[in-house]
Design a binder for this molecule. Structure first.
Ligand SMILES: [Zn+2]
Length: 450
């Protein structure tokens, strides 16, 4: 074969250890957010639970990408149950001001960890605190804001030439939890998404970061220890196996999935089980890393928009006042909240704002970031529409908001469809337009990134 300029250029590329793809830079960082004093634990309503011990540290982790256009984008993952609108606004404002990161180039995901401290006003209707407990929450929240700032800055500062690649594994941990609520729930759909999407970040032969996801509640544990639940164990194991690498866990559409079985009341056994679920996830990631992965070509095109999700009519002020005296605990706090809204706003809001982000890493991967406790149908449907092997759908970004049912789950009712709405402070379930509204915005944003 005659030597041509193409052959010479291709050989040069190959010698650089690169590909024909765009030049990426990537940087990863992590910040320890383990509380340094007993704090109120998040995730489960009812009686306030103060932490008693640390099972293992919990983390904020950030992964920064810069493509050959020079634009920087950052995903931050957290071993937290969720973030509130107020928290998102503060973190995003700091990122913009200090790190010049536009809102659409910042994705804030939480693992939905149920063994973390309460922060700010997340799930505020769940808890009643003494002044001392509230002060511990406030001290912890302030430290978390500082760590978000620190970890985003550190990931950007760590940017260096890298190759990105993507592939998916499978793990059989998630079970559709709606079927586990007694014999009458057995007829409900058993849908789960057991894909384990993985982005590997390498510089030459060095594995520097692993971004991996799964669709399942992190609720294997419910005791009084601080830990990252099964996702925390998975990250720990991956970082032990790859000591110079940061492993970041993304919660996908696990709104209606639990790691099952779960053990309650026998903490040592539950911890062993949670570690085993973590091991299964980590092993799935390891198997993906051991096989050829598709290089991501870039550039990273991003789009962000929001839609409105209307709510069904709620109870009238008279109905709320009539039923209030019979209520105690969280249901009472919910009713008092709606009465306050009638008195201060005229009525409880009739809709919520729903932001969505889409990041395209090139034709090889479209990353869809949804808001709130998204059920599995969104992941399965968007992957069917946009490619099973080229689409990653994550939930639990932005505000924890509420459960986000599909039309199917809404019609079936139950906790994720209808009855869980009050505890997030919403007056009633969503209307049947929910899935169509979310799908329409996703389609629009996906097109914008093509
Ligand atoms: Zn949840």
């Amino acid at each position: 074969m005659p030597i041509t300029w193409f052959t010479i250029l291709f050989t040069a590329w190959a010698c650089l250890g690169g590909s024909l793809f765009a030049a990426w830079q990537a940087g990863a960082a992590k910040a320890d957010i383990t509380p340094t004093e007993p704090v109120p634990l998040a995730g489960y309503g009812g009686k306030t639970r103060m932490s008693q011990r640390i099972e293992h540290p919990i983390w904020l982790k950030a992964l920064a990408f810069r493509d050959d256009t020079g634009s920087t984008s950052v995903i931050v993952t957290a071993d937290l149950v969720g973030l509130s609108d107020k928290m998102i606004a503060i973190i995003a404002r700091n990122a913009q001001k200090k790190h010049h990161l536009p809102r659409e180039r910042l994705i804030l995901n939480t693992s939905h960890n149920h063994s973390c401290p309460v922060t700010e006003d997340v799930l505020w209707l769940y808890y009643v605190f003494t002044p001392e407990e509230a002060a511990a929450r406030d001290r912890y929240t302030a430290s978390v804001y500082a760590k978000y700032d620190e970890v985003i800055g550190a990931a950007i500062a760590a940017l260096q030439p890298a190759e990105l690649s993507f592939e998916q594994g499978l793990a059989g941990v998630a079970v559709n939890r709606r079927r586990s609520r007694g014999p009458e729930s057995r007829s409900l759909g058993g849908q789960v998404d057991q894909d384990v999407p993985v982005i590997a970040v390498k510089s030459g032969s060095n594995l520097r970061a692993i971004l991996f996801g799964y669709s399942c509640h992190t609720t294997a544990l419910g005791g009084l220890s601080i830990n990252g639940d099964c996702a925390g164990f998975a990250q720990l194991e991956l970082e032990k196996a790859h000591p110079d690498c940061i492993a970041l866990f993304v919660q996908n559409c696990g709104g209606d999935a639990n790691p099952l079985p779960r053990i309650r009341g026998r903490d040592a056994e539950a911890t062993t089980l949670a570690a085993m679920y973590g091991h299964i996830l980590a092993e799935s990631v390891q198997q993906v890393l051991a096989t050829p992965m598709k290089p991501l070509s870039g550039p990273l095109r991003v789009a962000m928009g929001s839609t409105e999700l209307p709510l069904q009519p709620g109870l009238t002020l008279e109905e709320l006042k009539q039923r209030l005296p019979a209520l105690t605990g969280m249901p009472r706090r919910e009713f008092e909240h709606f009465i306050r809204q009638y008195e201060t706003l005229g009525s409880p809001p009739d809709r919520v704002r729903y932001p969505i982000q889409v990041w395209s890493f090139g034709p090889e991967l479209t990353y869809i970031a949804l808001t709130g406790e998204t059920v599995v149908d969104y992941s399965l449907n968007f992957k069917a529409a946009h490619g099973w092997n080229t689409t990653w759908v994550s939930g639990y970004n932005n505000d924890l908001l509420s459960y986000v049912p599909s039309l199917r789950v809404l019609k079936e009712g139950g906790y994720e469809g209808t009855s869980g709405m009050y505890e997030y402070g919403h007056r009633a379930p969503y209307t049947e337009s929910i899935e169509e509204r979310i799908t329409t915005l996703v389609e629009k944003l996906v097109k914008q990134t093509r």
